[in-house]
Write a new protein. Structure first.
Length: 400
């Protein structure tokens, strides 16, 4: 039967840990049938959100986005500048005629991998702002609700942060001991999410081996164009990453949007694996390669949500996902996208097509397992019966 929504109130969170001194704002009543305005899909719309919450979120957006954008820019600049140098004359100047370019990336990746799990474990005990070797981090990173000392958050903001964490079921930190590891490795989360991320990180070539740039070089394009034209693919990545993130948040689902990103990447790689295709289609395929990148940020958001009820699990799982992903990335591109196969990389593009199929399969499996766990919790709480589902916050009767 068609969905029927009625007025209802938001459920108050039940926190099993030590009671927090935070005062929870009384539940508010909202009209669940109210039609959302057009701008709701692109900017900060939540019917039950108060002006106090909006001001708090704007503060976090301003300082966090500033810090994270600067950090990502610095990291990515050092990670990708080798590619531009290679096609701008470094290959000839340094006689990089074999797989030296791949080995440069491997050296960077090894250092990245070694720091992943230790850094995540350290973050469960220390304030994150003392970790970055960057002066801005001491001032801009807000740390966690229970230990924040950020200058831009007042006492009311800190209380609200704790309240919001409790409302969405995010558990506070506890002792990380043997029982925590037994709990973490007794669930499917760490295994399936790690496989999911390992596949994503190893879909393509390493950061310094850019087939688009190498193809342009082989076609005889001048150095200026070789460095400028591929930025169009980066622009597509930027637009789709932001768009897919907002879309995913608007519909409150991750898997369908991640699957769309997978399909776009598969189409691009399939065209390039065939290679002998019309010139216009080949250009389209190269530009669409980056359409698969939004899958990564969404997968991290998904992992945080799946593990959200256990702070220690969230830290360990994210650390293992990153470490395993880049541990494989240290050597897989050496086999799949060796420098000597440029610019066609037939073996690499065929491998990528197969990896995209595997990525679609693991995405569907994780979505199934999450849905199964959700229904189990709802049955235990009396919120789910066969043929109908009662959602927290909005009473909804729908066909199963």
């Amino acid at each position: 039967m068609a969905s029927e929504q009625v007025l209802s109130k938001k459920a108050e969170a039940e926190v099993s840990s030590t009671p927090s001194p935070t005062t929870i704002t009384p539940p508010q009543y909202i009209d669940a049938t109210q039609k959302a305005p057009w701008w709701a899909y692109i900017w900060d719309y939540e019917p039950g959100r108060t002006s106090r919450e909006r001001a708090f979120i704007r503060k976090l957006d301003l300082y966090l986005i500033t810090m994270l954008s600067l950090g990502y820019f610095i990291k990515n600049l050092d990670q990708t500048n080798i590619s531009n140098a290679y096609v701008s004359g470094m290959k000839e100047d340094l006689s990089m005629l074999q797989n030296e370019l791949n080995l440069v990336d491997t050296a960077w990746t090894v250092g990245y991998v070694l720091g992943q799990i230790p850094s995540q474990l350290i973050l469960t005990k220390l304030r994150p702002s003392v970790i970055p070797i960057c002066l801005a981090g001491f001032f801009l990173l807000p740390d966690l609700p229970e230990n924040t000392r950020a200058f831009y958050l007042n006492e009311d903001d800190r209380a609200l942060a704790k309240e919001r964490m409790a409302t969405v079921g995010r558990a506070p930190r506890t002792r990380l001991g043997r029982s925590a590891f037994k709990r973490i490795f007794g669930r499917w989360h760490v295994y399936l999410l790690t496989i999911l991320y390992v596949i994503f990180i190893n879909l393509f070539y390493s950061s310094s081996v850019n087939p688009f740039s190498l193809w342009l070089k082989a076609e005889g394009e001048p150095v200026s164009k070789i460095n400028i034209i591929p930025t169009g693919a980066s622009a597509i990545q930027l637009v789709l990453t932001v768009s897919f993130a907002m879309w995913s948040d608007a519909v409150r689902r991750r898997a369908p949007i991640m699957s769309l990103s997978t399909v776009l990447g598969l189409f691009s790689s399939l065209c390039l694996a065939i290679w002998s295709i019309p010139s216009g289609l080949k250009w389209t395929a190269f530009f669409l390669q980056r359409a698969s990148v939004p899958y990564g940020p969404l997968s991290m958001s998904w992992a945080n949500e799946i593990c959200g009820a256990d702070a220690e699990e969230r830290a360990v799982v994210i650390g293992i996902m990153n470490s395993m992903g880049y541990a494989f990335n240290a050597w897989v591109p050496l086999l799949t996208y060796p420098q000597v196969d440029a610019p066609k990389f037939r073996k690499g593009f065929v491998y990528t097509c197969c990896a995209f199929v595997a990525q679609g399969g693991i995405t569907a499996l994780v979505a199934f397992m999450q849905r199964r766990d959700t229904r189990k919790k709802e049955k235990e709480a009396g919120l789910y019966v066969e043929g109908a589902r009662v959602a927290v916050g909005v009473t909804e009767v729908q066909q199963a």
